[in-house]
Every structure is written in structure tokens, then in C-alpha cells.
Design a protein around this ligand. Structure first.
Ligand code: ADP
Ligand code: ASP
Ligand code: MG
Length: 404
């Protein structure tokens, strides 16, 4: 079988008119003799609405019911796509995660797909049908509906491509592909033709919403090439593939930024071994992810300041945990939500000296203060004031010659 997986994001199925256009894209692949498996997200805005409804019902809404609720948007879009294909004379039907079934682990809200059963879909494909599969959702072995994290339809598509050994996996979205930085933030952003899994994973994890990080990790492990392209314009997009398939002359491939970080500072903490561990242990036990960390050198050898970042959503919980931690003493606890992490990403920096210096100098020239720094082999991240995000992205985009 020549299987292609086509995934459509929220904006691509955002209106009835868009759904009719999506049906035409699907029909084109079917005419080219592909066995098409479609994965769809909910119509744009739907999932957010459902999440807000759950918050208005309870500030401690049940995780099981959250999944039953927020997964429902995909049922609507899939039925509409299938309905349109049937209207056009094609054999099609919607498939909910549990009907296939797509089996996940037992965690709710952030489940992981363990298995996609093939029998039902293969039989349906062989009969000439076009299955329209709900992204984002699955079912656990207890028979409960699960969801796999926001933006999860990308991962649903990759897992279907993996289990069905698809020839192609195409992610249709509202931009023409992966850009050097968010094209909605910087007009000069340039479409990237080819990008490695490693760079895409960093870009996505550091804020590039265009692909969900988990999906890239799944694709990398299973070596599935991903094409990202526009469902609005018929133009070539971006290929996400193995590093060895790429000849790249740029030092930096892209720039990402985040909107939802918060900075926490403990002023005047006792400077003694094990103190950082006693601060971070209870946070990790509560599944709070500590990201960037900086500890100032103690001036008097007795006390120091410790700064770290977390997701803004975890701020209230973090405050509570630190204030009730009997093992630590500090003078003051400070919080700042007006921060953003801006990162430059690229495998080119492994072999090029001076990248850090160029980044810092370019930010300094633009009077942007760096609050915290973290690096890995292929990325450098800095924490800055939120008001400077666009200025920083523009400066770095220019400095590393990413402009169109
Ligand atoms: P979909 O609904 O199709 O899944 P998303 O909204 O999840 O679409 O992702 C597409 C959006 O990602 C774009 O509209 C764009 O604003 C944003 N984005 C952020 N960073 C990038 C980037 N580097 N390249 C392309 N798009 C990006
Ligand atoms: N509809 C889900 C969300 O908004 C899944 C997705 O868009 O991929 O998070
Ligand atoms: Mg998305």
C-alpha cells in the first residue's frame, strides 16, 4: 500500500469554507492513487473554549473529564471532513481514537501513544475508504478517553505514519513551513527548506508552536521524514529529516521565544552544599519543571541569591512549596512574570567559535539586558524582559544573517 498521512491543524479546518478546501486537498492525493489517512485537529478556537469551560466549572476539574471534554472538538471537525468527502462521492468516515483503537498510557492530559491497532483501518483502506482520524486523543487500557497534550495532533499523525509505515507524512498548517523565526512576529522571517530533527526539536521546545516537541522526538526515533506546508497556498514547505541528509551553511538555523515563563529569585539563601537540592527536590516531586538556573557567587561566603525559571502556570504552586519548605532559609522571595526566553538554535554553532559573544554583543547594542543564560551543544538561551522580545529577535535575526 502507498500510504500518505495528511494532518490538518485548527486553522486549516477553522471554517466550513476551509473544510471544503481541505477535502479537495485530500481528493488530490486520492486521485494520485495514495491510500490517504487523514488526521485532523479541532476547528481553531474550539479546544481553548472547552478548556475555559472546564475552568469555569471547577478550578480543580477532573483530569479524566478534562480529556473527555477537550477531545470532543476533533470529533466535530473529522465528521465534517468525512461528510464533505461523502458529498463529493468518496467513501469516507470519521474514526475516533477509541474506535481504531489508538492506545495510550494511563496518564491523563499528557498521555503518550503506545500502540495504534492496524486491523480496522487497513481493512477500511483496502475497501477504498478514506479514514478521517481524530488527532490529539486516544484511549487507555481502562477504556477511558485520553489526550496527549496541547498541539498533540502532530504526534497523532507521526504515530499513524509510524505504525502504518506511511510513504509520506504531511503536516498542513496556516504558514508555508518552518521559518527562521515565527513569521507572525517578524516579517523578515525566512522559510527553511530542510531542518534536522535535533534543531526542530530545540526550536519547538523553545517556543516554535508550528510543531509539537513530542511529535518531533517520535519522528526522530522512527526516522519519519515530515513535510510541513500550507493548506492555504500550494507551495513547497519544509522537510524535517536526519542531519546527515542536510548540507547547511548557516551557523544559526532559527530563533525561538517563549511567552509563558516566570522567574523566581530567592534572596539571601545560605551558601552551603545541598541547598539547591533541597529547593528543587520538592518542586520536582510536584512535577514542576525548573528550567534555567543561576546562582550568584556569594560575596561574604555565607549567603547567595538563587534564580531560576519555571512555567508561569506553576507560579502559585511554586510559591506555596518554597514558603512551606522547612529545610531552607532565605531573606526574600521575588517573582517576575514579565520575562521571555529567547533562543538561537543551530548545529552550525558546534564548529563555529564566537557565537555566544556575537549574541550577547548584539543584544547589548540594542540595550537589552540579559537576566539568565543557558546553553546546550546546539542552542543558547537568554532570559530577557518580555517587552524586548521582538527587538531581540530582530537583532539576532540580522546578526546571524537569517534575513530574506
Ligand atoms: P496548527 O493549528 O496548524 O497546528 P499551530 O498554530 O499549532 O498550527 O502552529 C502554526 C503557528 O506556529 C504559525 O501560525 C506561527 O505563528 C507559529 N510559529 C511559531 N514559530 C514558528 C516558526 N519558526 N515557523 C513557522 N511557524 C511558527
Ligand atoms: N486541538 C488540540 C489543541 O488545540 C490539538 C491540536 O491542535 O493539535 O491543542
Ligand atoms: Mg499545532
Amino acid at each position: 500500500m502507498k500510504i500518505v498521512v495528511l494532518k490538518f491543524g485548527g486553522t486549516s479546518v477553522g471554517t466550513i469554507d476551509r473544510i471544503k478546501k481541505v477535502a479537495n486537498i485530500i481528493i488530490n492525493y486520492s486521485k494520485k492513487k495514495y491510500n490517504v489517512i487523514v488526521v485532523s485537529s479541532a476547528m481553531s478556537g474550539t479546544t481553548n473554549d472547552l478548556v475555559n469551560k472546564s475552568k469555569n466549572i471547577s478550578n480543580n476539574f477532573s483530569n479524566e473529564e478534562y480529556d473527555a471534554l477537550v477531545s470532543s472538538g476533533e470529533q466535530v471537525s473529522c465528521a465534517l471532513i468525512a461528510g464533505r468527502l461523502i458529498h463529493k462521492g468518496y467513501k469516507s468516515r470519521s474514526w475516533m481514537g477509541w474506535q481504531i483503537p489508538i492506545i495510550t498510557d494511563n496518564k491523563h492530559k499528557y498521555s503518550k501513544i503506545n500502540q495504534v491497532h492496524k486491523t480496522n483501518l487497513i481493512k477500511y483502506l483496502k475497501s477504498g475508504g478514506i479514514p478521517i482520524v481524530t488527532g490529539f486523543q486516544g484511549v487507555n487500557i481502562k477504556g477511558r478517553i485520553t489526550t496527549i497534550g496541547r498541539g498533540g495532533s502532530d504526534a497523532s499523525a507521526i504515530m499513524l505514519a509510524k505504525f502504518f509505515k506511511a510513504k509520506r507524512c504531511i503536516i498542513y498548517t496556516d504558514v508555508e513551513g518552518v521559518y527562521t523565526t515565527d513569521p507572525k512576529k517578524l516579517e523578515k522571517a525566512k522559510k527553511i527548506r530542510v531542518i534536522s530533527y535535533e534543531e526542530m526539536l530545540e526550536m519547538a521546545s523553545l517556543g516554535a508552536k508550528v510543531m509539537q516537541p513530542v511529535s518531533i522526538q517520535d519522528a526522530r526515533l522512527s526516522r519519519i521524514d515530515i513535510e510541513v506546508k500550507s493548506s492555504f497556498k500550494n507551495k513547497s514547505g519544509t522537510l524535517i529529516t536526519r542531519r546527515k541528509n542536510i548540507i547547511n551553511r548557516n551557523i544559526i538555523t532559527g530563533i525561538s521565544s517563549t511567552q509563558n515563563d516566570a522567574k523566581v529569585t530567592l534572596v539571601g539563601v545560605k551558601d552551603k552544599p545541598g541547598i539547591a537540592a533541597s529547593i528543587f527536590k520538592p518542586l520536582s516531586e510536584s512535577s514542576i519543571n525548573v528550567d534555567m538556573v543561576v546562582q550568584n557567587i556569594s560575596a561574604n561566603g555565607k549567603e547567595t541569591d538563587l534564580t531560576f525559571t519555571i512555567k508561569s502556570d506553576d507560579l502559585t504552586k511554586t510559591k506555596k512549596i518554597i514558603n512551606s519548605n522547612k529545610q531552607i532559609n532565605f531573606k526574600k522571595l521575588l517573582f517576575d512574570k514579565n520575562v521571555s526566553k529567547v533562543s538561537i538554535i543551530g548545529v552550525g554553532m558546534i564548529t563555529t567559535p564566537g557565537v555566544t559573544y556575537r549574541m550577547f554583543q548584539s543584544l547589548a547594542k540594542n540595550k537589552i539586558n540579559i537576566q539568565v543564560i543557558s546553553t546546550s551543544e546546539i542552542k543558547i538561551s537568554v532570559l530577557i524582559n518580555k517587552k524586548n522580545i521582538i527587538k531581540a529577535i530582530a537583532a539576532l535575526h540580522k546578526e546571524f544573517k537569517l534575513e530574506v
